[in-house]
Write a protein that binds this ligand. Sequence first.
Ligand code: ADP
Length: 670
Amino acid sequence: MKPDKSSIVRIDDDQSYLQLAGLCLEHAGDMVLWIGPDARLLYVNDAACRTLEYSRDELLQMTIHDVDPNYPADTWTEKWKKLKTLGSVTVESIHRTKSGREIPVQIKGNYVRCNNQEYNFAFARDVSDLKKAQRELLEANKQTEHINRHLEASIKHANLLARQACGSNQAKSEFLASMSHEIRTPLHAIIGFSDILAQENISPDQKNYVDLITTAGRSLLGLINDILDFSKIEAGKIQLEIVECSLEKILNEVEALLRPAARSKNLQLEILPEKNLPACLRTDPARLRQCLVNLVNNAVKFTQQGYVRIRVSLTKHRGADALRFDVEDTGIGIAPEDQQKIFDVFAQADESTTRKYGGTGLGLAITRQLTLNLGGEISLVSQPGQGSTFTLIIPAGLDVNKQPRLTDYQEYQPKKEPAENKLLGPLDGHILVAEDNPSNQILMNKLLTRMGLRVTLAHDGQQALEKYAAGRFDLILMDMQMPRMNGYEAAAALRRRGHCVPIIAMTASAMKGDREKCIRAGCDDYLAKPIDSQELRKSMENNLNSHPSATPPTSNHHSAPADQSAQDSAPLVSELTDDPDLCVVAEIFVQELPDALEQITAAARRKDYEQLKFLIHSLKGASGSAGYPAVMEKTLALEKQVLAQELEDLQAGLDELNRLCQRVAVKPDA
Ligand code: ADP
């Protein structure tokens, strides 16, 4: 915008100009000081008088040295020269007031020569506020830096703690894995022996106690599995195996697992899939099944009457297709104040739960973590006394519209189990069992001889190699964790030497990838401890059938020294006597021998040749593995006799066996 001409003040005469210029200087906000070459103050304006607290007359008697300590007399000549050369300088300095206050100032000095006189026309500005603000800024910066340093240190510390936490989580998870192994090994013996005891001829009271031991053992095993699972989840070690899988198969497996428990409580267990569900989904089927089993298991556990229903429907989760599983029960329900906490580790709705229903409070914590890992979510609607509905939403992982439909969902039809293990026919074969734990040696010996198999024990991998080289075996059962030489090394060594005998790994370790590790080492199959006797039998049947039976042992068990003939009256000592670990097998054999002989005599008296064949076969296996080749030889001869139905000399043979067994002793002095 152009200035309005009328507003322009025209100064026509020098007098007016001077008057106005003088007024302007007087009223300027900054200090104006005219300084002569001798440093004297020649002119000061109002602002200078006001700021420096002197009257004009006083100031005009003073020099710049009096007000500015940075311009003392001894440096003045040089400074004047510099100003003269440069024409103009801008500096920061200090002006001292009459009362002694020091004011920070910014000065612009201008060298002017006029009428042969030299001047420094100086304009000085009080920068106290500016300096104060700068100081405050500096202080604030320092504070910020300090805080930043602190923050950095805290972040470093937090990172260190996080690393330590990760490390200790890792250590915890490894500790739990090895603890779990240590606990599983004796549990293996507890569950195995109580299974065996349960099949013996015991009183109802004793049967009850044995059932209690089995139940306690199995629930301890469940707890160990849960703790291990949770620690793996916590340590981020759970590896999902996301594959395309059948929804029907998952539902059938859940149903098959839990129908017996529901039936035993007279509860209706219904699976109700909605129409148009996809036949397949892409998820980790084992983990999804684990979540559903946990929920349905709880539903059955906390329901006394009514039903447990699993409704399956399609829904959307985060914009993608998902499956919704509603596990609904008519049980005790959960109070609103407990509905959040039950998803925490070791949390149960109320303290009486463990007493009444058992459990540990880990199931839902695991289920929630697994659901999150699968990309889904879990929620709950419940009313005390009315029942609960747990809802699991799991991403379908594929476009459900492109999938075939799950039509006519078929409820699981339980397969007819073969009646009783006891009634199955005896197996034939010679098994080398490599196992270092004495109670597990006895257990395996017992389980296998009951099946009619002959057993030789080795208590580490090294001994297994030696015994294998010296004998004829149809199969090796190999514990993988043994001292001196472990099962992996022993299996690998056997394969390197070209032996193709079936090797079945046994391990108490529950870590993922164990089976693969065993197979890589050269094993054919894998049994997890505690070993289920049915599984063991199945594995023996499969692996013994696929490999033709080796010829019966000769060198190992048939080379009974001549002085061990039935006529001899010297005690018959076990070959295992010198081995403190295996000696216990002989002790058990000796303890059980009278009973076995009595059963054989009774079967012969009843002319129950089937049973007799079985009993003689069992004694043959047990005597071989307990280190009594003479007894084994005798039983082998008797077995052949019964098989060939040469029954006329049977009694004489049995008498010989009885006489021989009278001499059986664990140690020479026994
Ligand atoms: P656990 O069943 O071993 O105690 P969970 O983590 O599976 O551990 O469950 C935690 C608690 O949640 C249970 O102890 C119980 O109090 C409560 N709960 C879980 N499911 C149900 C259900 N269907 N009905 C009633 N209460 C339940």
